[in-house]
Ligand binder design. Structure first.
Ligand SMILES: [Fe+2]
Ligand SMILES: [Fe+2]
Length: 413
């Protein structure tokens, strides 16, 4: 299914993007494919910012990299958006479309020349490059012009022997030591293709973007399907034995109810497997995740944060387990409260949670199980009514979704 990014991107008119250049005094430029942009790039840019104090560091994703003809490079717009997401929160970092909007192959010398033409003649332009690739400048288009147009800064991890650079370029390349961050785009792409995350290698919004758009997965030809057994094994590890046994019970019951009442049993299994995947997070973690994942909360959810475990489990099903099916996610999201327009799948998962075979006995369990043989609606009305009753007795708040569920189920029961 299509997945929309949370941020909407508009292409800025060139005039506004280049407005700053008219009065620019000092600017650093970092070119690259940024496939994807990662912490190595960002740390290098930050080091240059600290060392040479440019007013801005401009990240310039290349359109069709002339040096990487042997590999299919990810669509330029994806790389541009990832660069925006990675740098947006830094006041001095900007992403430029200079190369993206220029037809034909992009050569650094053309980009620097264009930037030079936009800036006052006295402006200082730093061009940032990795020390290990700085040697290659000699093979680039018009290397002499490039060195004349800007200051080349070769960034390197501590201990890099820069003698050859100094000799070959006769001191016209500055060498700047940066923190050793051993991250490569190749490694990130390999990991993504193998289904591993890019966490701690790229900023979180970039990791999300890669995952949501399945950037490197599809290209490697690995089917982006959901692996039930491996997710089950993961949950067997992560959940407490009781919670995992409950989960197995819900899978069993949800499959049975789906078969009986015409819901999609395959989807019910997946929803049941993941319905409580965030249930055992601490309250602090639940609150933090609601904030981090922009999950809309209300006073009742915040006061009884455990209720939010359904919403968090749905979000985690997507983010951590790669489930993108809207019906499955909805069934997980509302399994605790229900809602006003429940599908057969929603009902099967919620009811399975009430009646699963390993449940410890609670008042009304026998009746709900009886009713569930005849009608999911009647069983749910009975179940939700007793939960509401119980919560009222304990002076707990009742979520409006539960009331809406009860109302709509009563009219159909
Ligand atoms: Fe639950
Ligand atoms: Fe549950």
């Amino acid at each position: 299914m299509l997945h929309f990014p949370r941020v909407y991107f508009t292409i800025q008119p060139m005039s506004r993007e280049t407005e700053f250049f008219k009065s620019c005094r000092r600017i650093a430029l970092m070119g690259g494919t940024f496939d994807p942009i990662h912490y190595g790039h960002l740390a290098a840019a930050e080091a240059v910012l600290q060392a040479y104090k440019p007013q801005r560091v401009l990240f310039v994703p290349s359109a069709a990299p002339p040096h990487k003809k042997n590999r299919a490079v990810t669509d330029a717009e994806h790389r541009y958006r990832m660069a925006l997401l990675a740098t947006a929160a830094h006041p001095a970092f900007e992403v430029s479309r200079l190369e993206l909007d220029r037809p034909g192959p992009s050569y650094t010398v053309d980009t620097v020349r264009e930037l030079r033409s936009l800036c006052p003649p006295a402006a200082e332009i730093f061009f940032i490059i990795g020390a290990d690739t700085a040697e290659e400048i000699k093979t680039w288009k018009e290397p002499e012009t490039l060195l004349a147009l800007c200051e080349v800064v070769a960034v390197t991890r501590p201990g890099f022997k820069a003698d050859a650079l100094a000799r070959d370029f006769k001191g016209r390349v500055r060498v700047l030591e940066t923190p050793a961050i051993d991250i490569s785009g190749t490694e990130i792409r390999r990991r993504a293709a193998a289904g591993e995350s890019a966490r701690y290698r790229v900023p979180p919004p970039v990791a999300e973007y890669i995952r949501d758009h399945r950037l490197y997965t599809n290209r490697a030809g690995i089917p982006a399907g959901f692996d039930f057994e491996s997710a089950k094994a993961t949950l067997a590890d992560r959940l407490s034995p009781d919670r995992f046994r409950h989960t197995l019970g819900v899978i069993e019951a949800a499959e049975e109810l789906s078969a009986r009442f015409g819901a999609d049993a395959g989807k019910a299994r997946i929803a049941a497997l993941l319905h409580d995947c965030a249930k055992e997070y601490s309250n602090g973690k639940k609150r933090a995740l609601c904030q981090l994942w922009n999950i809309p909360t209300d006073d009742i959810l915040l006061a009884q944060i455990d209720l939010a475990h359904s919403l968090l489990s749905a979000e985690s099903a997507k983010r951590d387990y790669g489930v993108y099916d809207g019906e499955i996610l909805q069934a997980i999201r509302y399994h605790t409260t229900g809602h006003g327009a429940m599908t057969a799948l929603d009902k099967a998962v919620m009811l399975a949670d009430f009646i699963e075979p390993y449940r410890e006995d609670y008042p009304g369990l026998g009746e709900i199980r009886e009713l569930s043989r005849i009608s999911m609606e009647e069983a749910l009305v009975y179940g939700i009514t007793s939960v509401i009753q119980n919560n009222e007795d304990r002076k707990r708040l009742i979520h409006p979704w539960s009331k809406a569920a009860l109302k709509s189920l009563t009219s159909k029961a």
